[in-house]
Design a protein around this ligand. Structure first.
Ligand code: 13P
Length: 286
């Protein structure tokens, strides 16, 4: 199975009520480890890139690494651009083959956001790609984008109107979720997910996945959160496993980079597989 459309991955998950993890990958090692986890679990998966990662690598080297590592992968995978407020970066990524984008225009007023998101949907369609929409900021700063302030929640009517009129394929509601580790267990507005799904029949994206409980994940996935974003957990496993390994390397005076890479890969794979099992995407590859 080559790269497939994000919409196909999400629609299947939405219909069968399982969640597909969307991991914010950082480099070749994390791309390869997440793909290996998906193969091991026979699970569909979404790899997403922050704007910061696109800038750090450069669009072309990043997409070339993704395509090279995808060559022998036999499970459905899509490449998604996470929170992007910049139309020029959206265009660059769509032109290079990203399967979907989150046009994050929550800082605009809703009418202007709706107007521009409609244009982004039309642009994406010309590339056979799909769009996630957002009208409220998700609390917390993710790779330099966002704010620590809780955002204003729009009414259900405004959100439903936005989803229907823009034609977005997926929607990211603010329900008390936040990027980064939670400082206290969050109280989530799960009813809002049910109300949005009932009114629109569009899959929801659950942001701020790191730190939610098993019950919260399962409840929100059952209500229609087909895409579940995980970033901080990947970053933490990647860096903490590196730290463990490097401390030991220092103690032993033994410096062998390939052993470090194996250690990091195993940690990222374990984290990814754990989320696939928890979200019910294991065994759902087609
Ligand atoms: P976490 O960093 O909390 O896992 O959130 C990820 C996310 O929502 C990316 O958009």
């Amino acid at each position: 199975m080559p790269v497939v459309s994000t919409k196909e991955i999400l629609d299947r998950a939405f219909d069968a009520r399982y969640g597909v993890p969307a991991f914010n990958i950082l480099n070749d090692l994390t791309i390869e480890a997440v793909l290996a986890a998906a193969v091991e679990e026979q699970a569909p998966v979404i790899l997403q890139t922050s704007v910061k990662t696109v800038r750090m690598y450069g669009r072309d080297p990043l997409v070339a690494i993704f395509q090279a590592l995808m060559r022998d992968i036999d499970v459905p995978v899509a490449l998604h651009l996470d929170h992007c407020p910049e139309r020029s970066v959206i265009t660059e990524c769509l032109e290079a083959g990203w399967n979907s984008v989150l046009f994050d225009a929550h800082e605009l007023d809703v009418a202007e956001n709706l107007r521009q998101t409609t244009e982004v949907v039309a642009e994406a369609r010309r590339h056979g790609a799909h769009v996630e929409g957002e009208i409220e900021g998700i609390q917390g700063v993710e790779d330099g984008i966002g704010s620590d302030e809780a955002s204003v929640q729009q009414s259900l009517e405004v959100a439903v109107d936005f989803i229907k009129r823009t034609g977005v394929d997926c929607f990211a509601p603010a329900i008390g979720n936040a990027h980064g580790q939670y400082t206290a267990a969050p109280t989530l507005d799960h009813q809002r997910v049910s109300d949005l799904v009932e009114a629109t029949d569009v899959p929801m994206a659950l942001h701020g996945g790191t730190g939610l409980s098993v019950e919260q994940f399962q409840d929100l996935i059952a209500r229609g959160c087909a895409k579940v974003n995980i970033s901080t957990a990947l970053k933490e496993r990647y860096m903490q496993s590196s730290l463990e390994f490097l401390r030991e390397a220092e103690e032993k005076g033994k410096w062998d980079p390939p052993s470090l890479f194996r250690h990091q890969r195993a940690a990222v794979m374990e984290m990814a597989q754990r989320h696939m099992r928890l979200f019910g995407s294991t065994g759902r590859a087609w």
